[in-house]
Design a protein around this ligand. Structure first.
Ligand SMILES: Cc1cc2nc3c(=O)[nH]c(=O)nc-3n(C[C@H](O)[C@H](O)[C@H](O)COP(=O)(O)OP(=O)(O)OC[C@H]3O[C@@H](n4cnc5c(N)ncnc54)[C@H](O)[C@@H]3O)c2cc1C
Length: 383
């Protein structure tokens, strides 16, 4: 490797996004090297849940990306479904008051107009869908397009399916440019990789990678904890969350938010995710945060009060100031493309991101307008 390898495109970051970029680029006929300083899924991908949600997105560019991605996940599931623990289980968003239900139904109506399947659920029907929900809830909305994968497995399976050259334990230290300022490869701590294109799929570290190419891209960490219970027989059938969750996801606040998303898994444990707070890369365990998640979950499903939590884990979502990822070519550096900054939706959005990046790499017109995702849309002050 010290003599330098050559390829069509170097993808930096072997999380779910880099794996999807490598897969779609390879299937578009490109020779790909996928490089990560750690193992596959050693970044945020290994610390996320696996929700693939359209339900939490308001009409706009992120929802369009999510709808495309949900469709691509369904076709990837035909190839790899059991291997990535894909479950088309659907989401159930639950209101806790009549006013909350009215607001949720207005939100769902706007989503329906944008192509989402969102079915109103009466108070009675709620308990047909989820018999163990707390009594007395007024209703909710069912989202059959929501689904789930196991993120670390999914990244590993997509990376393997890409049949790209995979270099793990290799850190990119510089993006190499021609005299004219175009990409000619990357420098790593193990030698140079030569390529006319580089994809920045470095997740929460995407801003650092952009800086190695001399461009500004604000990607910040937004910490999240997930609480994991002992394995249980399946009692929670959908992804279930309270309507407040949508407001938390869209919030700009740095303060703690803990509306829970509760889901059963194929292996048995129930996952209770996920808090949101901007506290840098602080890895300190926080009992108040985890307790707040537990309280929220038991409010939805009282039987969880008698269930043991076995552990909690945390990760750092890649957050940009306008909550949209950076996807596509960087007009400031020819040959540099970005695929990072997906915040709390990167597992769901990975296939669409990989697909659009592969289209850009091969000179095709992307299926979605990439303007809202332009990497140069931030001013230096935006961070
Ligand atoms: C608690 C929590 C719950 C979540 N739940 C969900 C969910 O339910 N659904 C969902 O869609 N999303 C969820 N997310 C968000 C999701 O996990 C992320 O958006 C996604 O994993 C980002 O993937 P990525 O591949 O872009 O980044 P990462 O997985 O972080 O991958 C980036 C990789 O780049 C590598 N890298 C960085 N710099 C360099 C360098 N210089 N050289 C070489 N390699 C480098 C890193 O080692 C890393 O492996 C959650 C996140 C958290 C924290």
């Amino acid at each position: 490797m010290s003599e330098g390898l050559t390829c069509d495109v170097v993808v930096v970051g072997a999380g779910i996004t880099g794996a999807a970029c490598a897969l779609y680029a390879a299937r578009a006929g490109l020779d790909v090297i996928l490089v990560d300083r750690g193992p596959v899924a050693g970044g945020t991908t290994g610390a996320g849940e696996g929700n693939i949600l359209v339900s939490d997105k308001e009409p706009g560019p992120e929802l369009a990306l999510a709808l495309l991605s949900a469709r691509l996940w369904r076709s990837l599931a035909e190839e790899f479904g059991p291997a990535v623990e894909y479950e088309a289980k659907g989401g159930l968003v639950v209101a806790s008051s009549p006013d909350g239900l009215a607001a949720l139904e207005r939100f769902a109506a706007a989503q329906r107009a944008a192509g989402v399947t969102a079915e109103p659920v009466t108070g009675t029907r709620l308990y047909d869908l989820e018999p163990d929900l707390a009594p007395g809830l007024p209703g909710g909305v069912h989202y059959p397009q929501d689904s789930q994968v196991m993120p670390a497995l999914a990244a590993a399976i997509l990376a393997r399916a890409a049949k790209a050259r995979l270099l793990t334990g290799v850190t990119v230290t510089r993006v190499l440019l021609t005299r004219a300022g175009a990409v000619r490869g990357v420098r790593t701590d193990r030698g140079d990789l030569h390529a006319p294109a580089v994809v920045n799929a470095a997740g929460t570290w995407g801003g650092d990678l952009a800086a190695l190419a001399g461009v500004h891209l604000p990607v910040l960490p937004r910490r999240g904890f997930v609480l994991v219970t002992e394995p249980l027989p399946r009692r929670i059938r959908h992804k279930v969350y309270a309507a407040d969750y949508v407001a938390d996801v869209a919030s700009d606040s740095a303060a703690l938010q803990t509306s829970p998303v509760v889901e059963g898994t194929a292996a048995g444990p129930v996952l209770i995710g996920a808090s949101r707070e901007r506290v840098g890369f602080d890895r300190t365990f926080s009992l108040p945060v985890v307790r707040a998640l537990a309280v929220g979950a038991t409010r939805l499903f009282p039987f969880l009060r008698d269930v043991h939590a076995t552990r909690a884990y945390l990760g750092f979502r890649p957050y940009t100031p306008d909550h949209l990822p950076a996807v596509g070519p960087d007009p400031r550096v020819p040959g540099l493309l970005h695929a990072c900054g997906h915040e709390g939706a990167g597992i769901g959005l990975a296939p669409a991101t990989g697909h659009l990046v592969a289209q850009a790499l091969t000179g095709r017109t992307p299926d979605l307008d990439l303007t809202p995702f332009r990497p140069d849309r931030f001013t230096e002050e935006a961070a």
